[in-house]
Write a new protein. Structure first.
Length: 465
């Protein structure tokens, strides 16, 4: 029996007890149970389906005082942040329940003799993230989206917080059983090999993932290499470029500089929307403000030893090709000219943690060229003034082809859970530029469009009528 152990990021100590890895045989049993649950779950009246999500939300809210210390021990994210994250998790469960309860939720459109419906795709595999042990984990957005669509879910727990995952899964399982969910509506597995077995299992019909480019690409390749390829919705790497005009620097340079440092160090730089590239005009004069803000950042406790090693390697790589603007125990800030940046595309690779690169441009032409060359990202941000309308419009128009969300005079860290949110983007931000993993539209990833032609109302599936 192989056990998985969490690690206290503050001390490096192993956390007891360990969690047993899931065998391939158990994975197969769980996926078969999910397949058996798929039709009964899909057939539940939509109000009853929505009630399942609300039951899970209520149970998690009731257990917040138990869950937060568990998660803090494994992630060092702090009780305030984690308490808020539980609230976000239960809030998105309730929002998606409300969406599923809406009239015509699965009846996409209709014309005389035709009904286009959105039906559950079937059992879904969800691969949990390291940096949000609740909101992008066992009961996170992917799980909630799949349940709202009417799909059973099997979660592959993240090894960075195994004990939190186990307890969350126990609470979910009990809540679903009390609410009358079909057996097999939810399960959890642990371990690398279990994750591979899950994506290859023929009973799994789609998958959601949040994590690294390397891990996501391996699972994506496995998903599309199956005898029956399946959709794989991966959120991978993102540098979230920020473009700041000369007028914005002149009008509020110090405010922007402090906001920038606050954004790229938020959560120790472990947000998928961290601004990793910031374009500033040459001669901006903000070095001292930036250095002061960076020096005030406390030393981070990164989530896992693997993330720590990756961050150190990334910082060493960047430092060898740029100049250092500021560094402290808690953050690293580098700079390079736009010309040098254009010649070194490797600088546009994500470095997960509290670091960022300033790219100094000498003309609007260089700024436009940079906007046209940035890699696919979840977000892009423009800081501009009223007199920059034409420049800002051109930047926004270009960036809309590279990202899923454009932010104006703000910062991208943090993602609202609402009807209008698009949390996605071109590769390598995600594997599917067409979809979002946050907000009510996230449900569409796990729905299959089917047209019913010539069917009388009484013959249509009940949830489509």
């Amino acid at each position: 029996m192989t056990l998985l152990y969490g690690v206290d990021p503050r001390t490096g100590d192993r956390l007891e007890p360990g969690v047993e890895e899931t065998s391939a045989e158990t994975v197969a049993e769980l996926t078969q149970a999910a397949a058996n649950a798929a039709r009964p779950l899909a057939a539940l009246p939509l109000p009853e389906r929505a009630a399942l999500l609300e039951a899970v939300a209520d149970a998690l809210d009731a257990a917040v005082e138990e869950l937060v210390p568990l998660a803090d021990a494994e992630t060092a994210l702090g009780s305030t942040r984690l308490t808020g994250e539980v609230g976000r998790t239960t809030g998105q469960l309730r929002l998606l329940a409300e969406e599923a309860r809406g009239e015509g939720f699965q009846r996409d459109t209709a014309e005389p003799g035709f009904v286009r419906a959105l039906l559950p795709i079937g059992p879904v595999a969800v691969y949990a993230a390291s940096n949000f042990p609740f909101a992008f984990s066992v009961a996170g957005g992917d799980t909630a989206s799949a349940w709202a669509a009417g799909c059973p879910v099997i979660v592959k727990a993240h090894p960075g917080h195994p004990r939190t995952s186990v307890r969350t899964a126990e609470i979910i399982t009990e809540a679903l059983a009390k609410a009358g969910a079909p057996a097999g509506t939810f399960a959890i597995v642990h371990g690398f090999e279990a994750g591979l077995a899950l994506i290859k299992d023929p009973n799994i019909k789609a998958a959601g993932f949040t994590g690294s480019v390397r891990g996501g690409r391996a699972l994506f390749d496995a998903a599309v290499s199956r005898p029956d390829p399946i959709p794989f919705y991966g959120e991978l790497g993102s540098v979230n470029p920020v473009f700041i005009t000369e007028a914005a620097v002149a009008a509020r340079g110090e405010e922007i500089a402090r906001g920038y440092v606050g954004s790229f160090t938020l959560g120790s730089g472990q947000f998928c929307t961290k601004p990793g590239l910031v374009f500033l005009p040459a001669g901006h004069g903000l070095e001292s403000v930036l250095a002061e803000a960076v020096e005030a950042v406390p030393a981070p406790a990164l989530l896992t030893p693997q993330i720590t090693d990756g961050f150190r390697s990334g910082v060493e790589r960047i430092a060898g090709e740029t100049r250092t603007i500021a560094e402290s125990a808690g953050a690293h800030l580098f700079a390079v000219s736009a010309e040098e940046f254009a010649a070194r595309p490797e600088l546009a690779e994500e470095c997960f943690g509290p670091s960022s690169i300033i790219i100094e441009y000498s003309s609007e032409e260089e700024l436009h060229a940079a906007a046209a060359a940035v890699p696919g990202s979840l977000t892009a941000t423009v800081h501009a003034e009223p007199g920059d309308a034409e420049l800002a419009r051109d930047l926004v128009t270009e960036l809309a082809h590279h990202v899923g969300r454009v932010v104006y005079n703000g910062w991208p860290t943090g993602v609202a859970v609402n009807h209008a949110m698009q949390h996605g983007g071109p590769w390598p931000a995600t594997t599917s530029v067409l979809h979002t993993s946050v907000g009510t539209a996230a449900i569409r990833r796990f729905q299959v469009p089917v047209t019913f032609q010539g069917l009388p109302e009484e013959v249509l599936p009940p949830t489509v009528r």
